[in-house]
Design a protein around this ligand. Sequence first.
Ligand code: CDM
Ligand code: ATP
Length: 274
Amino acid sequence: MVIEERAPAKLNLSLHITGRRADGYHLLDSLVVFADLGDVVRVEAAEDLSLDVTGPMADGVPDGEDNLVFRAARFLDPVRGAKITLEKHLPSAAGIGGGSSDAAAVLRALSELWGMPLPRQAMALGADVPMCLDPKAQRISGAGEAIRIVPGLPKIPAVLVNPGVGVSTAEIFRTLTARENPPMPETWPETRDVADVADFLSGTRNDLTALAIAAAPEIETALAALDDALFAQMSGSGATCFGIYTDAGAADAAANRISAAQGNWWVRAVTLNP
Ligand SMILES: C[C@](O)(CO)[C@H](O)COP(=O)(O)OP(=O)(O)OC[C@H]1O[C@@H](n2ccc(N)nc2=O)[C@H](O)[C@@H]1O
Ligand SMILES: Nc1ncnc2c1ncn2[C@@H]1O[C@H](COP(=O)(O)OP(=O)(O)OP(=O)(O)O)[C@@H](O)[C@H]1O
């Protein structure tokens, strides 16, 4: 029996950095949603643990013990075996939680295969892993472990643009000096449609943007390419940026326009799910 789990792209619609803990991890206040696009993880019973990485974005992704999928399997059970296949569709080191979403998907798949409870304390695998365990719209605080589901968001047509440069999350946090910034508003607006969401987001920030642009100036070009969106911002530590649009037709048209102008960029029209 093959168990299949989707590992959707994670988008930080906002990312406020509000402080730093004694252990060096930063405190976040972030609105996170997931796209209808992602990697695919498949697991089946086997004596030994093995990992095969396939798919259009597999190039350069580690296929051994360095892969977060492998580490997640060992984290769930240090000795049990399984044959794991990871089909990569998302760019890596891209701020859309590729490795974290894969790790969460393999935890879901292996807990089913091995008949084990899903571990909720998955921070040790990465700050983004807990939020990817149940990929729904959520507000994240703490260092990523404090999760509140955000009800009532609409489906959001969007375009994801990655200008083809990898950005190291660790490196961006290391260069951060302005660590005490205001959080998002505490009260949540009633969002009935995509324009309401854009309106709310226009009062938010991604506090890593300037540092990411300093490391990868292409990010500024990617944001400029999304200037016809209702709202555009960078996700995570970059380099992927998103633009949100009134409807799927407008998102498709923007994706086609940007792809035609920038043949080497990774550009996708998606829906961001509530
Ligand atoms: C930027 C975000 O993507 C926002 O969702 C996450 O906070 C990062 O999540 P991630 O990639 O799973 O991060 P990890 O693999 O745990 O950490 C990578 C690096 O970022 C730094 N890091 C990460 C999360 C956090 N809250 N504060 C940090 O300072 C850590 O010191 C580490 O050196
Ligand atoms: N399953 C995986 N998929 C992609 N990269 C992985 C995976 N496992 C380990 N890696 C390594 O992790 C690095 C970061 O990739 P990843 O895609 O997780 O970053 P990211 O999207 O910026 O994450 P985040 O949004 O959580 O900061 C890669 O450069 C790669 O070497």
